[in-house]
Design a protein around this ligand. Structure first.
Ligand code: GDP
Length: 294
């Protein structure tokens, strides 16, 4: 995200160095902003919509007493960036009535298994009794990976490496873990299959049987605006409650991924910022933009 940050800071610098903020000057600032956002892989259409909105707002707004034109433009930039990242939609992640079942979906390599463990740790630290269920019967090593992570965090775990039927694993897992006092179930599912149709079918079957309270899609920030396609594909099969955007550390395309997800109407609940279990935080577009511009 460093390039997005330095790019936005240069836009702010341009605003601060502006003289009269007439059409010409504002256009030049907007062009710089467009360049920065496009470089961060934000969708072209979103970039142009944002540009128009900023101009319209700026030239129609009264400058309140005690404020400069620059202050007003900076405030508009800030608000529009927050909105681009799903601002109005954002609410803190909370759990409903227990028991609470969370199903994670996403394509292989998105960071799903790591995210399952990060979320388990986060919820455990917030006082919940958490259990992880390994229902990815497709990827070799997925079972061991999740089992090791569960042991590391100190949460309950269920999996059955002999069983190839994820629906059965999930049913059995919920039963077994319930017996161990688990309140929050986090289910890791497959991200690859014979083909995409079988993968989506499997996801639907697990959803129908499990009736989860939340479905979280995990996407990889390095895919930039490409993640919108994934969000739309999964949304057609299961009602997506939330999205986690991983690998925002070091991704030049993070801005694109975050805005792409927001544009599908899905809510980004958390972001992954590294490989370690603590590299995980609740996503707050206001705070995020404040940090980018701060
Ligand atoms: P899955 O196939 O979706 O279950 O993906 P994994 O959880 O196995 O993750 C794939 C790779 O991405 C692993 O090497 C993880 O360590 C890495 N990974 C996951 N989340 C993040 C993140 O937020 N940042 C970085 N840098 N790497 C991550």
């Amino acid at each position: 995200m460093e390039s997005l940050r330095s790019g936005l800071l240069s836009v702010l610098e341009k605003v601060k160095n502006s003289v009269i903020l007439d059409t010409k000057e504002v256009d030049s600032i907007i062009r710089e902003l467009q360049r920065v956002l496009l470089k961060a892989d934000v969708d072209v259409r979103l970039v142009f919509e944002l540009s128009e909105k900023i101009k319209k707002k700026f030239f129609s707004r009264e400058i309140p007493p005690g404020f400069s034109k620059r202050d007003v433009l900076i405030k508009i930039l800030y608000d529009e960036l927050v909105s681009l990242l799903g601002g109005e939609n954002a609410t803190p992640y909370t759990l409903g009535r227990m028991p609470y079942k969370i199903m994670l979906v996403g394509i292989e390599g998105s960071g799903k298994t790591t995210t399952a463990a990060k979320l388990a740790k986060y919820l455990k630290e917030n006082g919940y009794s958490v259990g992880l269920i390994a229902a990815d019967t497709y990827r070799p090593g997925a079972y061991e990976q999740l089992q090791q992570l569960a042991t590391k965090i100190g949460v309950s775990f269920y999996g059955d490496p002999q069983c190839k039927d994820p629906v059965r694993i999930v049913e059995e897992g919920v039963k077994v873990l319930e017996g161990r006092g688990v309140q929050v179930f986090i289910i890791d599912t497959a991200g690859r299959h014979k083909d995409e149709v079988s993968l989506m079918q499997e996801v639907s079957e697990i959803y129908e049987k499990l009736k989860p309270d939340d479905v979280i899609l995990v996407v990889d920030a390095t895919q930039g605006k490409g993640v919108a396609k994934q969000a739309i594909a999964f949304k057609e099969k299961v009602p997506l409650g939330h999205v986690v955007v991983t690998k925002l550390d070091g991704s030049a395309k993070g801005g694109g991924a975050l805005s792409a997800v927001a544009s599908t109407g899905a809510k980004v609940a958390f972001i992954g910022t590294g490989e370690k279990l603590d590299d995980f935080e609740a996503f707050d577009p206001y705070k995020f933009v404040a940090r980018l511009l701060g």
